[in-house]
Design a protein around this ligand. Structure first.
Ligand SMILES: Cc1cc2nc3c(=O)[nH]c(=O)nc-3n(C[C@H](O)[C@H](O)[C@H](O)COP(=O)(O)OP(=O)(O)OC[C@H]3O[C@@H](n4cnc5c(N)ncnc54)[C@H](O)[C@@H]3O)c2cc1C
Ligand SMILES: *[C@@H]1O[C@H](CO)[C@@H](O)[C@H](O)[C@H]1NC(C)=O
Ligand SMILES: *[C@@H]1O[C@H](CO)[C@@H](O)[C@H](O)[C@H]1NC(C)=O
Ligand SMILES: *[C@@H]1O[C@H](CO)[C@@H](O)[C@H](O)[C@H]1NC(C)=O
Ligand SMILES: *[C@@H]1O[C@H](CO)[C@@H](O)[C@H](O)[C@H]1NC(C)=O
Ligand SMILES: *[C@@H]1O[C@H](CO)[C@@H](O)[C@H](O)[C@H]1NC(C)=O
Length: 472
């Protein structure tokens, strides 16, 4: 059904249906037909592919209903601390020869090693001095501040005792490992770290290259990272994508959306030159243009931003579906302080209530709707690929990026788990906490923080929209 929906005629009727026909068809045209090159948002309007939803409605909904509430929620003790094992080695390219990842936050690399298209716009020719400085800066900016108060540390022991008694299953090896440590997310905001180059490229590339359900029989370059593409290969890549069944396309778009979100955060929280010599963080419009403007990205920028909206919708849908799980009084958000726990739960339910009211949810029934046996295989494939991506995160050579990378993949994994467990969630027993569908503390923390990241991205996009307008 959705396949058919992609035809032009149906799309027009959808546009009319939503009453947003005016100006809403710009996104249908190829990037280069638009003369207004200043505007990164010219194609970011109207109906989102694969679902009955338009971007303007999401913007409004996010700004007024979701973002302010999530901002408050993330500050509560329950959501503030995320347990992560930073010591797990990269399982995929161990015998790399370079320095070990734990004491090298960023691998130096010469300019020639950097694939074209990845070089920073202002890349300096004096590679060595510049590079060393970059490396030093990236080491500093990418380090995790792991300070926790003694009181907090004591509380964690109590949390663990409580969680163990909850009889949860299917925990991740990450949080069970003795090496896993709590990180204070408020102390370590996701922002520009200077992590880039070969190491970052390799991680992104593995995620796309190895995990995008690449049909072995197809020989042409299958993902946008493949170097040496001609100018119009971007289009053919998307044509290829459209030929895939929905599930596989969904997977690609989720990853691309996550990638866009991470890169957007670093643009919005960039290390700016401060006339007073201190550190100042804020939006960098040039960096944003460089990463998302159609002219700088062969027209891909707006598509990547659309994938971000798509990812947002998927997670929004998951939250609305899981609300019923949290609404039961037996589910608490334990920190040991009853006052705190009551406030946190109320704030969480407020967020979930809003997600339920969103009128244009993604219809996940269109996923895995094909042949039953094939659907089951695909679902499992999805799960395995996702697990793999979380392992690839152990190869991220910047600690802070790794924390947020892991958190966001786990959040997305949890969202998918929810979407695939609809029946189990519906059949939850009211009074038995350990029976049926379960979420661990770790999953809950990741789910809400990951969604908060996306909500923040969409909020940041509104800021860039204004800044770009002001510049003209
Ligand atoms: C898991 C992870 C977390 C990171 N976290 C941070 C962080 O917190 N702070 C920070 O400063 N840096 C972070 N980075 C680094 C950052 O994402 C970039 O890799 C880096 O800034 C270099 O950017 P780039 O322009 O070379 O292209 P990259 O973002 O490295 O992308 C490589 C190529 O992928 C393609 N591409 C880019 N975006 C998309 C997209 N949305 N969809 C599809 N294809 C795309 C383009 O062809 C691009 O040339 C992180 C990297 C990883 C792998
Ligand atoms: C970590 O954060 C604490 C609390 O804000 C601060 O006192 C400390 O200086 C920070 N440490 C580092 C290494 O930045
Ligand atoms: C925190 O605990 C450590 C070791 O248990 C102790 O050495 C330190 O003095 C404590 N700090 C405070 C502020 O209580
Ligand atoms: C997992 O990722 C690695 C590294 O990219 C790759 O070699 C491997 O084939 C992947 N496995 C699966 C099941 O996707
Ligand atoms: C418990 O939480 C409330 C609300 O956050 C806070 O005001 C209070 O100080 C906390 N009590 C203790 C003992 O930490
Ligand atoms: C959420 O909505 C339900 C009704 O839909 C209402 O009973 C409940 O009080 C709301 N909860 C919060 C925390 O707003």
């Amino acid at each position: 059904m959705l396949g058919a929906m992609r035809s032009g005629a149906t799309l027009v009727s959808v546009l009319l249906f939503l009453g947003r026909a005016a100006g809403g068809d710009a996104w249908l045209k190829p990037a280069d037909t638009d003369t207004d090159t200043e505007d990164c948002f010219c194609h970011l309007t109207g109906v989102l592919d694969d679902c009955f939803c338009d971007i303007e409605s999401i913007d409004d909904f996010n700004s007024y209903k979701i973002f302010p509430k999530l901002k408050k929620l993330q500050e509560r003790d329950y959501f503030r601390y995320y347990k992560v094992n930073m010591k797990r080695p990269c399982p995929f390219w161990l015998n790399d020869g370079h320095c070990s990842i734990s004491d090298c936050h960023v691998e130096p690399c010469s300019e020639s090693e950097i694939p074209i298209g990845m070089k920073a716009a202002n890349y300096n020719k004096e590679v060595n001095a510049e590079e060393l400085q970059d490396c030093e800066e990236a080491n500093k900016l990418g380090a995790v501040n792991s300070s926790l108060s003694n009181q907090t540390k004591e509380a964690f022991i109590d949390w663990a005792r409580y969680d163990d008694a909850q009889d949860h299953f299917c925990e991740l090896d990450d949080e069970l490992s003795p090496d896993a440590e709590y990180v204070d997310l408020l102390l370590n905001p996701e922002r520009y770290t200077g992590y880039r180059g070969w190491s970052a490229w390799r991680v992104w590339n593995s995620i796309y290259e190895e995990n995008c359900f690449k049909p072995r029989s197809v020989y042409r370059p299958l993902n946008p990272l493949t170097p040496g593409r001609g100018d119009d290969d971007g289009e053919s890549f998307y044509n290829w994508l459209e030929g895939l069944c929905l599930e596989k396309r969904v997977f690609y778009r989720l990853i691309s959306g996550l990638h866009a979100s991470i890169n957007l955060h670093l643009c919005a929280n960039y290390l700016l030159d401060d006339v007073w010599g201190g550190t100042k963080w804020g939006p960098n419009v040039e960096e944003f243009r460089f990463r998302f403007h159609p002219a700088e990205t062969k027209g891909e920028g707006p598509r990547r931003l659309k994938n971000l909206y798509f990812l947002y919708l998927i997670q929004l849908r998951a939250l609305s579906k899981v609300a019923i799980y949290f609404e039961r009084s037996i589910v608490d958000l334990y920190t040991g302080n009853t006052t705190e726990d009551t406030i946190t739960k109320k704030q969480l339910l407020e967020v979930l209530n809003e997600t339920k009211l969103f009128p244009m949810h993604f219809d996940e029934k269109s996923m895995f709707a094909g042949d039953k046996k094939e659907a089951k295989t695909l679902k499992e494939e999805f799960r395995l690929h996702f697990k793999n991506i979380s392992r690839i995160m152990d190869c991220v050579g910047c600690d802070k990026c790794r924390v947020w990378g892991k958190l966001q993949t786990q959040g997305l994994g949890t969202a998918l788990k929810i979407l695939f467990s609809e029946r189990e969630i519906k059949n939850l027993p009211e009074h038995s906490p350990s029976a049926g569908f379960q979420l661990t503390r770790q999953e809950v923390v990741a789910l809400l923080n990951a969604f908060n990241r996306l909500s923040t991205s969409i909020h940041e996009l509104q800021i860039f929209k204004m800044l770009l307008k002001a510049k003209r």
